[in-house]
Design a protein around this ligand. Structure first.
Ligand code: ADP
Ligand code: MG
Length: 612
């Protein structure tokens, strides 16, 4: 029977076809395209291949599609591609689904912690490196995969480094498994060397010259300097979008607000400036906006973390503003202290950042530091994460995979011996390992701890504090304060929300972000599912003693001017956001230390009976 098509439908079909055509033209114009056949041949000839290519050349989005077209998913096999960053995994999967005209989560999907957007049908799977590590628990030989792509290998995240060792191992007894190690143009010889002299396939990029400008003197306030630079570019420079590198959500939001405010004040004196943030916790609909083409006459400014350094490529960037900082985890094995510190980025990072300005045309990079600082104050490259992190979780993971001899694990860069020993010591003291170094089962208070863990995972975005209602918001927050500290406050918020029947209205009235609560609930459900799978019964107690037992390493005692950690006598402070900021109890337990302006304890907890 003939179907009567409405003009709207015909228009849609037409748009759809046009979109497909546009995609196929775009795909063919990427630098990787001319190398398609050679690349596939090299993959056929070698089990392990290192692929080096300029950022934006098409490695992440195109290679999995080429492999699919070449038959690597026949027989229901999957192609897996790891990303160090959640945002990248999501965004790239969405892009590839769009290019292939399939619904995200069907043939193309992604899996990140607490969010699995895949199905039975998924054959191209993007995931964080941490998620692939977890898959080893259920599928130790990764039997359902025909190809594993370890992407962004140059980032050398902790999880990627561990994957290197595990995958090198399984590749020996799975000759049919193809392993691709993809990296920006950094350090590829080292990967080749680690993987028994695997060949390196180089994809020449297209690069336009980038002029680099330094400041004459160091900037006292780089955030303000960024704002001024963006506005200067906007009023004095020809068309082209701007990319600004900052270190995290707070800075990025502050920068975006300042920019919007100043633009409002300038009003119609300047042309339109579209200000867009991008960072890990940004909701995905907001993330997608950075890729929208800039309308003629306007200029786009993307304010990003170093996610935009190599993981995501935004077309149309001509100007880069680089204050020269990034947030880095750092670990002191002597004190056992882990902290997140804003540090100068490496020269390699700075050069990657600058390179982002030269993808579509000649560009300019404004470095908000001196040429001297670039030469003398920045490291050549950054130190792999495995050498600056607490290895507790790594040890637990490897042990649960049955890898007991950690000293001889095949690390590309082994962690310092003392860090490994310290991790074993701590886990033994916590009761997670027995005297034979085997995993134990200790679970108590799981009900409360599940909630607290779930709330901690979304912690930075639970309380809503709009600028025009600061007083109300702070009052609402004070109402949740219970004795015990921030962990108990989080538990209290969650419990009350459950009692409200997971109400949106309740969130609204109490200045709580509904979206974050919903996420905490998802996380909690998933954790509960995991506990169920490994047959751990939920038990309930006050929750307080469990926090003490689990965090006894993180104890601090009140001393003049602040607190001193018990183990190492380091001076630390209560964060002004904490429910215990005013109270200043004699003893405290903290969730983590964060170094911003000084060494702050985040999420602190105390109770009167706490004594040692
Ligand atoms: P590489 O991995 O080599 O750095 P990618 O495959 O990530 O390169 O990017 C190839 C091209 O695809 C770039 O031009 C980039 O701008 C584009 N692209 C990637 N993701 C998206 C997206 N979500 N939306 C629009 N364009 C995208
Ligand atoms: Mg990539």
């Amino acid at each position: 029977t003939p179907v009567r098509k409405s003009p709207g439908l015909i228009q849609n079909i037409f748009n759809y076809k046009a979109l497909n055509l546009a995609h196929s033209i775009r795909k063919r114009s990427l630098p990787i395209f001319p190398y398609r056949e050679d690349l596939l041949a090299a993959i056929r000839d070698h089990q392990i291949l290192v692929i080096e290519g300029e950022t934006g050349s098409g490695k992440t989005t195109q290679i999995p599609q080429y492999l699919l077209e070449d038959g690597y998913t026949n027989g229901g096999m999957k192609i897996g591609c790891t990303q160090p960053r959640r945002v990248a995994a999501m965004s790239v999967a969405a892009r590839v689904a769009q290019e292939m005209s399939v619904k995200l989560g069907n043939e193309v999907g992604y899996s990140i912690r607490f969010e699995d957007c895949t199905s039975e049908r998924t054959i191209l799977k993007y995931m964080t490196d941490g998620m692939l590590l977890r898959e080893f628990l259920t599928e130790p030989d990764l039997a359902s995969y025909s190809v594993i792509i370890i992407d962004e290998a140059h980032e050398r995240t902790l999880h990627t480094d561990i994957l290197f060792g595990l995958i090198k191992d399984i590749a020996r007894f799975r000759p049919d498994l193809k392993v691709l190690v993809a990296s920006a143009t950094l350090d590829t010889e080292r990967f080749s060397c680690f993987f028994d002299e695997a060949p390196v396939f180089r994809i020449p990029g297209r690069r336009f010259p980038v002029d680099i400008y330094y400041t004459k003197a160091p900037e006292a306030d780089y955030l303000e300097a960024c704002v001024v630079s963006v506005l200067q570019i906007h009023v004095t420079q020809p068309a082209g979008d701007v990319l600004v590198f900052l270190t995290g959500q707070e800075e990025i939001e502050a920068c975006c607000e300042l920019l919007q405010e100043r633009c409002r004040r300038l009003g119609s004196k300047i042309s339109e400036l579209i200000v867009l943030p991008i960072y890990a916790n940004l909701p995905s609909d907001m993330q997608a906006k950075i890729f929208n083409p800039t309308p003629p006459g306007a200029r786009k400014v993307v304010v990003a973390t170093n996610i935009a350094e190599t993981s995501l490529t935004i077309d149309g960037i001509i100007y880069v503003i680089d204050p020269g900082f990034c947030k880095q985890k750092s670990y002191n094995a002597r004190t056992g202290m882990e902290s997140l510190i804003v540090t100068p980025c490496s020269r390699a990072s700075a050069n990657q950042r600058a390179g982002r300005a030269g993808r579509v045309a000649a560009g300019k990079c404004f470095r908000l530091y001196t040429a001297w600082a670039f030469k003398h104050e920045m490291e050549e490259t950054s130190i792999p994460e495995i050498q600056r992190t607490n290895l507790g979780n790594v040890v637990l993971l490897l042990k649960s995979l049955g890898i007991n001899d950690l000293i001889h694990f095949d690390f590309m860069d082994p962690p310092p011996h003392e860090t490994l020993v310290l991790a074993l010591e701590q886990l033994y003291a916590l009761g997670a390992l027995n005297h034979l170094g085997e995993l134990t089962k200790v679970y108590k208070c799981s009900e409360e701890i599940l909630t607290i863990a779930a709330m901690l995972s979304v912690n930075n975005s639970i309380f809503y504090r709009p600028k025009d209602k600061v007083v109300h918001a702070d009052n609402a927050r004070m109402n949740f304060v219970v004795p015990g500290g921030d962990h108990m406050v989080l538990l209290n918020v969650y419990t009350q929300w459950v009692e409200s029947g997971y109400s949106t209205q309740w969130c609204f009235e109490n200045f709580i972000q509904f979206r974050s609560m919903k996420r905490a609930r998802d996380v909690r459900d998933q954790l509960e599912g995991l506990m169920d799978r490994i047959e751990v019964e939920l038990s309930s107690c006050s929750g307080e003693s469990a926090v003490t037992a689990g965090y006894f390493y993180h104890t601090a005692r009140l001393s003049k001017g602040g607190y001193k950690t018990v183990k190492h006598q380091q001076t630390v402070f209560v964060h002004p956001n904490s429910s215990l900021f005013e109270e200043q109890p004699r003893w405290m337990i903290y969730h983590e230390l964060v170094f911003t302006t000084k060494e702050f304890m985040r999420q602190v907890w105390s109770r009167p009976s706490l004594s040692f």
